[in-house]
Design a protein around this ligand. Structure first.
Ligand code: A3P
Length: 286
């Protein structure tokens, strides 16, 4: 197992899948106007959104999702393999990324390409990442949840600070080619969320196609689809004997993991780091 991490652009990356060269190549990536980028801080619903976007692209027809692994349908830009795949894929392309905005392809900012940014309650991101770090071999073992929470709050985890990521990306709101949505909204109203996505993508769907997207992007459907559940991942990347990638797929699981004291500590840092952003999230107190 590799535990080698390196720093790039002030952010931590694991050496097993990423390199300064892959990150520099991502920064220089030649963006096309019809590219659709699926951007998240990790564990915020990346593969869920990728499935939704794949299904929208196919007008609800699940055959593409059932025959091509998700990492080829919407490759991760910041890995060398993903970059190669993104270059080779037919347009219009779906491209995934966890990069913070300051490391994103420069060409995007002068293009008409679209970014869809999905955010999730950071306490659920923390819990999901804690479990993920135990099965994803490029990552260090997270140790105890308490210790891992401290690292997460300090941004001392791969892909850096959740706060910086979200604040950085949400500066783009208001731009015509930027759309943001929360994991919680997808949970609460998947059909309505897909409709909003379709309108952003200028890709209208019939009611039947909309239904097909919703059905095929469900947690159950994705969990049973080997092209979407990472069961095809090589063992040196994912240790599935320790748990599935598609773990629970619910909102609020943090309540089963964080103590009241840990939750309070989290809230204190959250309030301080998110102050002045001027955005209300589904998880914010009323
Ligand atoms: P949990 O670990 O809380 O279950 P990412 O794709 O960014 O790595 O995010 C993974 C998280 O999204 C996991 O959360 C996973 O279960 C959840 N997820 C993936 N597909 C989903 C779906 N169709 N419905 C709900 N949650 C989903």
């Amino acid at each position: 197992m590799s535990h080698g991490y390196f720093q790039h652009g002030g952010v931590t990356f694991p050496g097993l899948l990423y390199s300064p060269r892959s990150l520099e190549a991502a920064r220089e990536f030649p963006v096309e106007d019809d590219d659709v980028f699926n951007v998240t801080y990790q564990k915020s619903g990346t593969v869920w959104m990728l499935e939704i976007l794949s299904l929208i692209r196919q007008d609800g027809d699940p055959r593409w999702c059932r025959s091509v692994p998700n990492w080829d349908r919407g490759p991760w830009l910041e890995t060398l393999l993903g970059l190669r795949r993104a270059r080779a894929n037919a347009r219009p392309r779906i491209i995934s990324s966890h990069l913070p905005v300051h490391m994103f392809p420069k060409a995007f900012f002068g293009s008409k390409a679209k970014v869809i940014y999905t955010v999730r309650d950071p306490k659920d991101v923390l819990v999901s990442l804690f479990h993920f770090a135990r099965i994803f071999r490029p990552y260090r073992d997270p140790g105890s949840l308490g210790d891992f929470m401290d690292k997460f709050l300090q941004g001392d985890v791969p892909f850096g600070s959740w706060f910086q990521h979200v604040r950085g990306w949400l500066q783009l709101r208001g731009r015509e080619n930027f759309f943001w949505i929360s994991y919680e909204e997808l949970q609460q109203d998947l059909r309505g969320s897909v409709q909003r996505l379709c309108s952003f993508l200028c890709h209208p769907l019939s009611p039947a196609a909309l239904d097909a997207v919703v059905t095929n992007a469900s947690f159950a459907a994705m969990s049973h689809n080997p092209m979407s559940n990472f069961s095809l991942s090589p063992g040196f990347i994912l240790d599935r004997s320790r748990g599935p990638f598609l773990r629970k797929g619910i909102s609020g699981d943090w309540r089963n993991h964080l103590s009241p004291e840990q939750s309070r500590r989290f809230d204190l840092v959250y309030r301080e780091r998110m102050e002045g952003l001027g955005v209300s999230f589904p998880w914010d107190p009323p």
